[in-house]
Structures are given as structure tokens and as C-alpha cells.
Design a protein around this ligand. Structure first.
Ligand SMILES: Cc1cc2nc3c(=O)[nH]c(=O)nc-3n(C[C@H](O)[C@H](O)[C@H](O)COP(=O)(O)OP(=O)(O)OC[C@H]3O[C@@H](n4cnc5c(N)ncnc54)[C@H](O)[C@@H]3O)c2cc1C
Length: 499
């Protein structure tokens, strides 16, 4: 059975953090617009945005070494770190706006203060970390970062990691207390609860199967009601494809020229999770190490204190792997189904170019649990296998496209692909990910609603005071925003006690 539904202003496909952010921004900017959400699962935030499916790092480039690369002259390039930090500040401000207006509550349920640390071993890496600190220390966004290569100091910072560690190898770490752990699953659910109160129509167990343009330039979606098995048709003037890993197949269905010559490469993830509360209690930081040779940037190992369900947890990973699924709940046919005549050359070129990555992923898939424990023991030398379980994380579909660097280049960032007339936009890629959701959605607005931007600007500035302003160039504004958002989000308290 099939039915035609009424036309709406906006359809958001997928109930992850990206659609939640877009919907929440739009409800402030254009409250009169009707919004519908279609999600194929039974509730919001169940795929990559779920707290167990990602690492929950508020990515502000405080500890992730892949955002600061060493240049050929030996100096450290911090431009990417500055960019990621500025983008995270936009999210902080918008979350703070939502909390201050009581649109979402209890910020401690989705964001917690946690020191962000980088940890390295070996003389060369220690020298790099020192140089990195010097390069960042003059920058207002990275104030308060400390360096130490003194085992006594390191024992104070990371006692669990220092216990039983052989003393011969030089080691060092940096630490900055203004880092955060973000429960993106909780945040997503809170934003959708708020949207529901604002009359956004949530359709769970509804899978979008096809999209086609109508004669008036709108989009008609073929949607399957999974509970009843019926097919519905819904139309909208603007569609956001926020399907996470499921975005690429939907983008391909639009047939827009911008969707051609793009492929996707899925990378799966696993975490080790600690089940011994005594061990969990001994660590209080997110500690990022250095990526192994051939490893993609998103599989840098890290040992993370997390706050999930108001409980302190300890996770290590992610271990990358290969699965042909585009979503954790996807199908083994996803990858092959995404190969089309227009992207087959791009995909094949990537296959040839990325042999090192393929080799790395195959090695990761083959890892036994004991081998994974060995990797953990590089962080916690005394780790016992019986204290740790494996959890399967979300899928990340990396974008493959033709760039100046050549055909079939694997991209590790996020990418907004939109139609020339701004009627549809899709978000591809997953890094830095949820942390930069607000920045990504401002990009969607600039591409898809240029005609509204002048009218919307005052409201955007009310929600995000640093909109359009570089915080690096305005340290006083950064200080003011950092202090006020910390207060609203409850990040200024030094430590909260959790069992
Ligand atoms: C292992 C791992 C670690 C990560 N760590 C971090 C981190 O530390 N910090 C960070 O900021 N980011 C991190 N990320 C990235 C972050 O999780 C993602 O960028 C973010 O969650 C993506 O949100 P989304 O809304 O686009 O997608 P999702 O949360 O995946 O939501 C997409 C939704 O669309 C639905 N959907 C798909 N297709 C259809 C369809 N046809 N019809 C209807 N519904 C559909 C899906 O069911 C899903 O619910 C990590 C990701 C992974 C996998």
C-alpha cells in the first residue's frame, strides 16, 4: 500500500547528532518552518552518535597529535589544530545557548570536564611533543597546556599508565585541564526531545528508500514504514541527508551532478572496555598516543575516562577494522551497492593507492584479543585480560573522491555535498565528527540558504557569539566565551564525584 503525504518545509533523514543540530538551529532561526524527521531505527542517537559507538572526545585538538604535523624544516604546523579548536568553540557556544534557554537541561548528562593528554615514547617523539607544546603555547586557544618528561610528575598525572612501566625508554606527556568528554548520544536525544516539544514530527522505524525531484524543484521521498511494511511518499522543499554512513547511498539516489564520482570506504571500530571499577578509578584523563605506521588518523589509540549513564568508565581503542557495512546496523552489500558506473574508476584508483591502509586494516581485523591487550599494555603495562571486554563501535565511511592530489583520494574529514540550488545537502565523512556539528551545519546554511543569511545573522550571533570571528585573533572574546560557556555547561567545577 502506498500513500501521498502533505508537503513540508524540511525533512531531516536520520536521527543522529547532525540532524539534531540542524533541526535545533533551524527551530531558532525559522521557527515557523515545518520539520519532519525519518529514522529507520526505533529511537534517536543509536548509530555513530550513540555513546558506545564513538569515543566521546570533544575534539578541540588539545591532545590529538594528528592535527599537528611536523614540517620538512622540523617546525610544527598548528594550523589544523587551530581550525578544529575554533570549530569546537562554535559547538560549545550553541550547546551553552540551548542550556541557558532551558531548551536542553542538565549539561552534566552530556558534557564533563576531563584533562586531555598526549603521551609519547622514544626520544624523537618526546622532542616532537616538546616542539608541539612550544608551537601551541603562544596561542590563546591552547593556554594552560603543561609538558612533562619527569616520571614523578607523570605518575601524578597518569598513575595507572606509569605502574609497572620499564624506566629505560624516554617518555613524555602534555596535559590540559580544559578538555571535555561529550556523551553525543545523550546530547542527540536531548535535542530531539526539545524538537518534539517544538512540534517537529519524529518518524521512527521509517526508512528512506528513494528520493526524486518533483516538477516544482522539491524532493519526494519514498519512505518505508518498517512496522507496517507500507510505503509512504513525503515531499519537502529542503532535505538534509544526515544518514551517517547511510548518507552516500541516499545522495547517489538524488542523481544530482554533485553526487557523482564520490565513493565511500567503511572503517569499523572496536573498543576495549574496563569492567574492574578499581582500575577505572585509577585513571582520570583522555590520553591520546601516536598513530602506528600505515594507520588512518582516526585509529590513533587512546585511553579514555568516559562518563556514560552518570558512571565513570574506562575505554581503550579504537581498533580499526574492515566491514563492508556503511552502518553498524547496515548490510554486507552496502559497499558493493555503492559502486556505480560514475565512481568505479575513483574507487579502483583508491584501492590501488591505499594499499598501506588496506594492509593495516587487514592486520587489525586479524588481531586476537591477546594482541589487542598487548596494545593496551603499551598504555597500561599492568593491564589484565580478565578486566577488559570488547565492545563494537560505530562505522565510519570515509569519502573517496577525485582531488588535485589525484583520482580516488581518500578523505579523512567531513564533507557537505549539496545541490547547486541548495534544495538538498548530504553530510559525508566522520572526522572530527560530532564535535564540529555546529560548524558543519553553518556550512550547510551558507550553501543552501544564502538568501536567508543576512536576516538570520543577528540570531546566529546571539546563539554563537563568535560566529564569523576568529577567536585566535580575538583573545579577549575567546576568554569571555570560554569562561561563560564553562559556567553554563558546568565545566568550571574541577571534579565531580561519580561511583
Ligand atoms: C569509532 C568512532 C569513534 C568516534 N569518536 C568521536 C569522538 O571522539 N568525537 C567526535 O566528535 N566524533 C567521533 N566520532 C564521529 C561521530 O560519532 C560522528 O561524526 C557522528 O556521530 C555522526 O553523526 P550523524 O548524525 O551524521 O550520524 P549517525 O549518528 O550515524 O546517525 C545517522 C542516522 O541515520 C539513520 N539512517 C541512515 N540511513 C537511513 C535511511 N535510509 N532512512 C532513515 N534513517 C537512516 C541511521 O539509522 C542513524 O540513526 C566517532 C565515530 C566512530 C565510529
Amino acid at each position: 500500500m502506498s500513500s501521498i503525504q502533505n508537503k513540508t518545509d524540511v525533512i531531516l533523514i536520520g536521527a543522529g547528532v547532525m540532524s539534531a543540530t540542524l533541526g535545533s538551529l533551524l527551530k531558532e532561526l525559522a521557527p515557523e518552518w515545518d520539520i519532519k524527521v525519518f529514522e529507520k531505527l526505533a529511537s534517536a542517537g543509536e548509530e555513530s552518535s550513540n555513546e558506545w559507538n564513538n569515543a566521546g572526545t570533544g575534539h578541540a585538538a588539545l591532545c590529538e597529535l594528528n592535527y599537528t604535523s611536523e614540517k620538512s624544516d622540523g617546525s610544527v604546523d598548528i594550523s589544523k589544530a587551530v581550525k578544529v579548536n575554533e570549530q569546537f568553540q562554535l559547538s560549545r557556544q550553541f550547546w551553552s545557548y540551548l542550556v541557558s534557554r532551558n531548551l536542553i537541561r542538565n549539561p552534566q548528562d552530556f558534557i564533563m570536564p576531563i584533562p586531555h593528554m598526549s603521551f609519547v615514547e622514544g626520544e624523537k617523539n618526546v622532542a616532537f611533543l616538546k616542539k608541539r607544546l612550544e608551537a601551541l603555547s603562544g596561542n590563546p586557544l591552547f593556554q594552560g597546556m603543561e609538558f612533562s618528561d619527569d616520571p614523578k610528575k607523570l605518575k601524578e598525572w597518569i598513575p595507572l599508565m606509569m605502574g609497572g612501566r620499564p624506566s629505560e625508554e624516554p617518555i613524555a606527556a602534555t596535559k590540559i585541564d580544559s578538555g571535555t568528554d561529550v556523551n553525543f548520544g545523550a546530547l542527540t536525544r536531548m535535542m530531539f526531545d526539545h524538537l518534539k516539544r517544538k512540534n517537529v514530527k519524529m518518524h521512527y522505524n521509517h526508512s528512506v528508500e528513494d528520493m526524486k525531484r518533483t516538477s516544482d524543484g522539491s524532493w519526494e521521498l519514498k519512505v518505508r514504514n518498517i512496522d507496517s511494511g507500507t510505503v509512504e511518499h513525503h515531499t519537502a522543499k529542503f532535505v538534509f541527508i544526515g544518514g551517517g554512513g547511510g548518507s552516500l547511498p541516499l545522495l547517489q539516489k538524488t542523481g544530482i551532478p554533485e553526487s557523482k564520482h564520490i565513493g565511500g570506504f567503511p572503517v569499523s571500530g572496536l573498543f576495549l572496555v574496563c569492567k574492574n571499577p578499581e582500575v577505572v578509578a585509577q585513571h582520570h584523563a583522555k590520553v591520546y598516543g601516536k598513530a602506528k605506521v600505515g594507520a588512518p588518523p582516526m585509529s590513533v589509540p587512546h585511553l579514555d575516562t568516559r562518563y556514560i549513564d552518570n558512571k565513570k568508565s574506562l575505554l581503550f581503542g579504537p581498533f580499526a577494522g574492515f566491514s563492508p557495512k556503511f552502518l553498524k546496523t547496515g548490510s554486507n552489500l552496502d559497499l558493493i551497492g555503492s559502486v556505480k558506473p560514475n565512481n568505479v574508476v575513483t574507487m579502483l584508483a583508491a584501492g590501488v593507492k591505499e594499499m598501506a591502509l588496506t594492509k593495516y586494516l587487514i592486520q587489525q581485523v586479524m588481531l586476537s584479543n591477546e594482541k589487542r591487550m598487548d596494545e593496551l599494555r603499551e598504555f597500561i603495562p599492568t593491564a589484565k585480560s580478565e578486566d577488559w571486554d570488547i565492545v563494537v563501535a560505530g562505522q565510519r565511511v570515509q569519502v573517496i573522491k577525485d582531488t588535485e592530489a589525484g583520482k580516488g583520494t581518500l578523505q579523512f574529514g567531513t564533507e557537505v555535498v549539496s545541490a547547486a540550488d541548495g534544495s538538498v545537502a548530504a553530510l559525508l565523512g566522520a572526522s572530527p565528527g560530532a564535535s564540529t556539528a555546529v560548524h558543519v551545519m553553518l556550512e550547510v546554511f551558507a550553501k543552501c540558504f544564502p538568501q536567508h543569511m543576512t536576516a538570520w545573522e543577528p540570531k546566529i550571533k546571539e546563539m554563537i557569539p563568535s560566529y564569523g570571528v576568529s577567536l585566535v585573533d580575538n583573545p579577549a572574546l575567546f576568554e569571555e566565551i570560554h569562561t561563560s560557556t564553562a559556567q553554563t555547561l558546568g565545566l568550571s567545577q574541577k571534579e565531580l564525584v561519580y561511583s
